[in-house]
Write a protein that binds this ligand. Structure first.
Ligand code: MRU
Length: 369
């Protein structure tokens, strides 16, 4: 997508420098900073500190990390070491493990002398595939928006609520939840997006920045406003992303998603999840019981980061000094609250049968594999 008229992906390979470039998202939406990732430690730090973030982008970043590891030492031992080292960075988004597993499985049979080149080619493939998956999610999601628009008086905007940032910044390009919005806007369908701020990291500010850059009308709202807006008929549908979805369609996503799904159910508002297939964890059924939820640093809760009137970044404590902060970063929305899953192969029910019908080639995977 474009930043001030220049097309960007959220990461890209600089062949001249022989290194990955990322957008350091900690400074957005206030500053657009690019960082070169040079060492495996830099890769891990980028993921842990959320310089790169969002399930698909974490996966693609990890694939480039494996390529770097293979360029340094292409032994089997280093393949396993790099897998372990990158895998422990963040526990919830399954795309990380998906990408690491895919790289290790593809590289193991390759001669050590060819592993660095093969790993880099594979990382490019994973990045390009993500872009195509998201483009297709956009096409399928567009049809949902189109139907809702057709049922409204001409010219009235379709009002979509979204949580967190499942936008192009959270993927390699286009985003998952935002891809249908971009395609609908480009197709001339009037939209208005309610953007949850998404405390504590305020990824809603990233979503607002993206939507604003693309000319999509939107309002940045506090996380608690969604239920009220739904009660007053101001939300036509909800579209969110996901960090891991189980084989029966339980959806793990940014903390607060579950509450939006409950409010949507109570108010008869369709609740859709944009789901790329690498985000499906076929080894897990019950999301609440089985998905590990990342507990992040309490200061993310007790403090707020932002930019002051002097234009400088500042961190402000909002809780009393000494009050402990709790910071579970994700929650799980049970499948019964999900209207549908928008995947790259089409829209399905959030049920084991719905997912298996769209992905018969993947649905056989189990924990033992
Ligand atoms: O903690 P984050 O910012 O990495 O969490 C991101 C989300 O929860 C996104 O909604 C999810 O990864 C889907 S991104 C396409």
């Amino acid at each position: 997508m474009k930043v001030n008229g220049t097309p960007y992906r959220s990461l890209w390979w600089d062949a001249d420098k022989g290194a990955l470039q990322i957008i350091d998202q900690r400074w957005l939406p206030h500053e657009f900073r690019i960082q070169q990732v040079d060492t495996l430690e830099d890769y891990a730090t980028a993921i842990v500190e959320m310089r790169v973030r969002g399930a698909p982008l974490i996966g693609a970043t990890a694939a480039y990390g494996m390529a770097l590891a293979m360029a340094q030492d292409a032994s089997d031992a280093n393949l396993d070491r790099a897998w372990d080292f990158l895998h422990e960075t963040r526990p919830t988004a399954i795309n990380l493990k998906w990408a690491l597993d895919r790289c290790r499985a593809a590289l193991r049979p390759v001669a050590e002398s060819d592993r660095a080149a093969t790993a880099l080619t594979l990382a490019h493939e994973i990045a390009d595939e993500d872009v195509e998956i998201n483009r297709r999610i956009g096409q399928h999601g567009l049809e949902i928006i189109r139907k809702i628009a057709a049922a409204k008086p001409a010219g009235e905007p379709v009002r979509i609520l979204t949580h967190c940032n499942a936008g192009w910044l959270a993927t390699v390009d286009f985003g998952t939840a935002t891809s249908p919005m971009y395609q609908a806007h480009d197709a001339g369908i009037p939209l208005h997006v309610w953007v949850d701020e998404t405390r504590p990291r305020n990824q809603g500010a990233l979503t607002s920045w993206e939507l604003g850059s693309h000319g999509i009308s939107h309002t940045y709202i506090v996380d608690n406003a969604g239920g009220h807006l739904m009660q007053h008929g101001q939300v036509d549908l909800v579209i969110v992303g996901t960090d891991r979805t189980t084989r029966r369609g339980d959806v793990c996503n940014k903390i607060g998603t579950y509450l939006k799904a409950l409010a949507a159910k109570d108010n008869g508002v369709p609740f859709y999840v944009a789901l790329p297939s690498p985000t499906i964890d076929w080894t897990v059924t019950d999301g609440v019981a089985e998905i590990p939820i990342e507990e992040r640093n309490a200061t993310e809760t007790t403090h707020i980061q932002g930019i002051g009137p002097d234009g400088k970044f500042a961190s402000v404590r909002v809780s009393p000094e000494g009050t402990p902060g709790g910071n579970p970063a994700f929650d799980v929305t049970p499948n019964r609250l999900v209207t549908g899953l928008i995947t790259e192969r089409g829209v399905c029910e959030a049920t084991p049968e719905g997912l298996a019908a769209l992905f018969p080639d993947m649905a056989g995977a189990t924990a033992a594999e």
